[in-house]
Design a protein around this ligand. Structure first.
Ligand code: 3PG
Length: 414
């Protein structure tokens, strides 16, 4: 392979309004400069050998530049002209910043750790319709973390089971419910019947207690059908939509967020992400994908549980994803960070301590596994969130909150 030093521009300041800037962690036996140049080459104007058709003008205008190397991390700037947002969109962005490079034989591992997009590109995306503020407004919950559940069992319940679960969850104080990532339109629970049953439960909760709730219906499907399925769900009374972004593709989120017919928040599940995110030396850090999801218009995005839940994770990585949800990004609305996966009331204090109040805390087993059933579990989780929001330790709050006390007895030592 012939890696040209011409791709090295170490120390050069690039215009952040005219370049996509990416940080890669590289594991290689090559000198790091050669490895970084290999990435910039492969992802922009080059290939494994010099080509007679690459003239100086093309090279100058479109080549990726290695602008920094620190230890095993290199920073590469790609000119905005390398991107095609009108037709290529996010798929083409991904082909540039996280495409062929993962397969280069000269690298033992490479991980996209972060990416920055210039304002002129972000402007081409509408971003979230609702985001944190919009969801809080719908739920009339201005400050405390949102508190939700994933209906369990993951699969198998009929529509009536969803109705009863969500009714109990709402009466127990939860603000959010959601389908699980593998639930779609299986025969045991047709999507249309489920939407109607859940809408009825949410209405009943509101009529009986005044409490507001939303439930994300999983509309993940093939690209040419997602809008149709979402529109039907909305028509039948859905209050939120859910997409498994990595299995469906970023475009599925974007079409729901940008199509004027859809007037519901979009909850973004990240099933499949660990295939990309778990290896610290190879893949893509979730904060990078979170930025793309925000551009595409996800209103709430799973970011992990800061290392305290059932899924492998790390507080620093999840905080980086949370920052990607909320930091200034070309004026896009801030996105609600969803903490989910092995959550139960005893973990809530830690989640709020690390993540603050702008998070959606949700538990499946940690609600329906409560000794007093779904309503008891919903009450316990709500009490835990109330305690954490008021800065009161859960154990102290549990002294006069029976459901929380029972939850801590069952799960407190985990
Ligand atoms: C999710 O969608 O995050 C998981 O299904 C969480 O389920 P759990 O709370 O039972 O771990």
């Amino acid at each position: 392979m012939e890696y040209s030093e011409k791709y090295l521009h170490l120390g050069e300041k690039v215009d952040l309004d005219a370049n996509v800037v990416c940080v890669y962690r590289v594991r290689t036996e090559l000198p790091i400069k050669a490895a970084a140049a290999a990435i910039a080459t492969e992802q922009s104007t080059g290939t494994w050998t010099n080509v007679s058709t690459l003239d100086e003008n093309i090279f100058e205008a479109y080549s990726g530049k290695v602008i920094d190397i620190k230890g095993d991390r290199c920073t590469i700037a790609f000119p905005v002209e390398d991107f095609s947002l009108d037709i290529g969109g996010v798929p083409q962005i991904m082909s540039v910043i996280c495409g062929n490079l993962f397969g280069l034989d000269a690298l033992q591992g490479v991980r996209l750790e972060d990416c920055h997009f210039p304002k002129c590109m972000i402007r081409e995306f509408k971003g979230p319709k609702f985001g944190i503020a919009g969801m809080r407004k719908i739920l009339r919950r201005p400050e405390k973390p949102l508190v939700g559940t994933i209906v369990k069992p993951k699969i198998g319940l009929p529509p009536r089971g969803y109705h009863d679960y969500i009714y109990e969850a709402g009466m127990g104080g939860l603000t959010n419910g959601k389908d699980d990532e593998t639930l779609s339109n299986q025969r045991f629970c047709p999507l249309e019947e489920r939407v109607v049953a859940i809408a009825e439960a949410i209405d009943e909760v509101r009529q009986e207690s005044g409490h507001r709730m939303m439930h994300a219906i999983n509309v993940t499907t093939r690209g040419d059908k997602v809008l149709e399925v979402a529109e039907r769900a909305q028509e039948l009374g859905a209050t939120e939509l859910m997409v498994d972004v990595l299995t469906a593709g970023f475009a599925a989120v974007q079409v729901l967020a940008e199509d004027p017919s859809i007037k519901l928040p979009v909850h973004v599940h990240r099933t499949f992400h660990a295939a990309f995110t778990r290896d610290p030396y190879h893949g893509v850090a979730w904060n990078a994908f979170t930025k793309l999801i925000r551009m595409c218009g996800g209103d709430a995005v799973h970011i992990g549980t800061f290392g305290v839940g059932k899924m492998h994770g790390d507080a620093q990585e999840d905080l980086a994803s949370q920052r990607a949800c909320t930091e200034e990004m070309g004026g896009l609305r801030p996105v609600m960070s969803v903490c989910s996966g092995g959550v139960h009331p005893a973990l809530v204090g830690k989640l709020v301590e690390i993540g603050g109040k702008d998070i959606q805390i949700q538990a499946g087993g940690g609600v329906s596994g409560h000794p007093k059933g779904v309503r008891g579990g919903a009450m316990a989780l709500t009490q835990a969130v109330d305690a954490a929001s008021a800065g009161i330790p859960a154990k102290k709050y549990a002294k006069d909150h029976e459901e929380l006390r029972m939850a801590l007895e069952k799960w407190g030592s985990r």
